[in-house]
Design a protein around this ligand. Structure first.
Ligand SMILES: C[S@@+](CC[C@H](N)C(=O)[O-])C[C@H]1O[C@@H](n2cnc3c(N)ncnc32)[C@H](O)[C@@H]1O
Length: 284
């Protein structure tokens, strides 16, 4: 496992719209940087590298994080001939569109689509499907895997990632305990996906064969001030409002300092904000 600061070759801020750059900053570029390393170290070294004949789906893409990672990591002549970037949230799709309009990708389309129902996409269409840190946000993750499988060509490669340790949740819980230890901790979506074996099981039960599935783990320690600042903004703001449910005004006013203190403790303990991820590669 390696600890990696933000990659210097990422196309920021040129390929990011304002919205997309806020998203990337507030995730500490964690989803982008982990995927960028996966592309260069796991996908391009596999039997199914991405190249100029590839047709790639970046599903539940947020503001086009998968496409941005491709641009960051692949030389221009290796970029896929076609990329579909999709998400079911219109603002994510428009953020992706604004970001990628100036990218060197030969052909990129950004569309509002439900990853769990890709009926407008034919069978056996993509050579690669990227599902980056989204599976735990799906209401029906099994359907999303089935759709990934159906839309992949035989021999095509799916890249499905999910968190093993989503650091902001640990930090938010620590901040909650400092103010109102008596209240319930903020819930995390689909926590079963943090457990070992669950991602493989869901993938293997919904189309992919066990022998064609590989799992690796990756660690990212975010230690630079800019990305720590972005993550601190995320944890201090409305995305974590649930953590402050039942707070008085006075308790609310202590939240930002409590988050900052909890970030400091995380950094002291781990040398930065420590993310761990499961990376699953599955061939159809
Ligand atoms: C944690 S974000 C990950 C985004 C991006 N893939 C990344 O690497 O940062 C989860 C994304 O999944 C999207 N999403 C959730 N459910 C979805 C669904 N059923 N269909 C398509 N997108 C969905 C959300 O809108 C959000 O953009």
């Amino acid at each position: 496992m390696t600890s990696q600061p933000q990659h210097p070759h990422l196309p920021l801020p040129d390929y990011f719209s304002k919205f997309a750059s806020i998203y990337a900053r507030q995730t500490g570029h964690s989803t982008l940087n982990i995927l960028a390393e996966v592309i260069s170290q796991n996908v391009q070294t596999s039997a199914h590298p991405i190249g100029p004949d590839s047709v790639v789906h970046d599903t539940a893409a947020g503001p086009g994080i998968g496409a941005a990672a491709l641009v960051a990591k692949l030389p221009k002549e290796q970029l896929p001939k076609e990329v579909l970037v999709s998400d079911n949230v219109p603002m994510m799709v428009s953020g992706a569109r604004d970001s990628l309009v100036a990218s060197p990708l030969p052909h990129v389309e950004c569309k509002e689509l439900d990853s769990q129902d890709l009926s407008s996409v034919p069978d056996n269409y993509f050579t690669h499907s990227i599902d980056n840190f989204s599976i735990f946000t799906f209401v029906r993750p099994a359907d999303a895997v089935r759709e990934t499988y159906r839309t992949l060509r035989p021999g095509g490669l799916a890249i499905v990632t999910c968190w093993r340790r989503f650091a902001p949740m640990f930090i938010v819980h620590a901040a909650q305990k400092k103010i109102r230890p008596d209240l319930p901790l903020m819930p995390t979506p689909s926590p079963e996906f943090y457990e070992e074996g669950v991602l493989e099981r869901v993938v293997e039960e919904n189309g992919f064969t066990k022998d064609n599935v590989t799992l690796v783990e990756r660690e990212l320690v975010v230690s630079d001030d800019e990305n720590i600042g972005g993550l601190t903004t995320l944890m201090s703001g409305p995305m974590m409002a649930k953590a402050r449910e039942g707070y008085t005004e006075e308790e609310e006013s202590r939240w930002v300092d409590s988050v900052k203190q909890s970030v400091k403790e995380e950094v002291e303990q781990n040398g930065g904000i420590k993310f761990q991820a499961y990376i699953l590669l599955a061939t159809k």
